[in-house]
Write a protein that binds this ligand. Structure first.
Ligand code: FE2
Length: 258
C-alpha cells in the first residue's frame, strides 16, 4: 500500500511540474497603457481644406491609417494636412493676380522661371504630392497589369528589372528628392529622380517627361516610421503601389501625345 501511495504522490508532483512549465507560454503579461501624453488623435483627410484659390487639395483616396505599416498614420496625416496644405496655400497665394492664375499646374511647371524659388518649390510641392497620393492605395502592391505590364517588359526587359532600377535610383539619392517613373516624349518609360520639389516637367529636368508614378524621398515622408532606414521605406513602397492607377496615368499620357 505504501508503495502505491509513493507512486501516486510522484505522478501528482510530475503533473504539477508540467502544468507550471506550460503556464510560462500561456501566462498573460500585463502591458502598461499609453499615458495621456503619448495618445495621438488622428483626424480625417476630408476635413482639410485649402484656402480659396486656383488649386484645391487632391482628395486623399483613403484614410490616414490605410497604408500602414508602409506609411504610418501620423506620417500620412502630417504630410497631407501640414506639408501638402502649406504648398497648396503658398502656390495659390503666389499665382494670385499673375499670368499663372488660371493655368494648369503642368503649364505652370513647364513655363516657370527657375530663379523664382518660391514658385518653383511650391508649384512642385503641389504637383509632386498630388501624384504621390494617387500612386499608392491600400491592399495593392503586386505587379502591374494591363497595358503597363507589357510596356514595362518592353522598356525594362522585365518587371524585376524595373524594380531593381527604381530601387537603385531611389537609394542613390542624397537628401530631399523624388524618384519617378516617367513617359518620355517618345513614349518610352524611364526611371529618373529630381532634387527638392523639382520634377521632370520643369525646364531643368535631366530626363524630361510625364510622371506617372512618384516616390517622395524627403525625410518627412518616412522618418517617423523608419528613422535612418530609408532603404526599408523604399522596399515597402512596393507593397502599396496602385498599379491600376499607374496604368491609367500611362494611358492618359499616351492620349496627350496624339
Ligand atoms: Fe513630401
Amino acid at each position: 500500500m505504501k508503495k502505491y501511495y509513493f507512486l501516486i504522490t510522484n505522478i501528482v508532483l510530475i503533473s504539477l511540474l508540467i502544468s507550471c512549465k506550460n503556464k510560462k507560454f500561456t501566462e498573460v503579461v500585463e502591458v502598461p497603457l499609453p499615458t495621456a501624453q503619448e495618445k495621438v488623435s488622428i483626424g480625417f483627410p476630408d476635413d482639410v481644406k485649402a484656402d480659396p484659390g486656383s488649386f484645391q487639395l487632391e482628395k486623399l483616396p483613403y484614410p490616414y491609417d490605410a497604408l500602414a505599416p508602409t506609411v504610418s498614420p501620423l506620417t500620412l496625416e502630417t504630410h497631407y494636412s501640414k506639408h501638402y496644405l502649406t504648398y497648396t496655400n503658398n502656390l495659390n497665394e503666389l499665382i494670385a493676380g499673375t499670368e499663372y492664375e488660371n493655368q494648369s499646374i503642368e503649364n505652370i511647371l513647364s513655363k516657370l522661371d527657375l530663379n523664382n524659388a518660391d514658385l518653383r518649390n511650391n508649384a512642385g510641392g503641389y504637383y509632386n504630392h498630388s501624384l504621390y497620393w494617387k500612386s499608392m492605395a491600400p491592399n495593392t502592391g503586386g505587379k502591374p497589369t494591363d497595358t503597363l505590364a507589357s510596356v514595362i517588359n518592353r522598356d525594362f526587359g522585365s518587371y524585376e528589372n524595373f524594380v531593381t532600377s527604381f530601387k537603385a535610383e531611389a537609394t542613390n539619392q542624397f537628401g530631399s528628392a523624388w524618384t519617378w517613373l516617367i513617359v518620355d516624349k517618345y513614349g518610352k518609360l524611364k526611371v529618373t529622380s529630381t532634387q527638392n520639389q523639382d520634377n521632370p516637367l520643369m525646364k531643368n529636368a535631366a530626363i524630361p517627361g510625364t510622371p506617372i508614378l512618384a516616390l517622395d524621398l524627403w525625410e518627412h515622408a518616412y522618418y517617423l516610421g523608419y528613422q535612418y532606414r530609408r532603404r526599408n521605406y523604399i522596399d515597402s513602397f512596393f507593397n502599396v503601389i496602385n498599379w491600376k492607377k499607374i496604368n491609367e496615368n500611362y494611358e492618359a499620357s499616351q492620349r496627350k501625345r496624339y
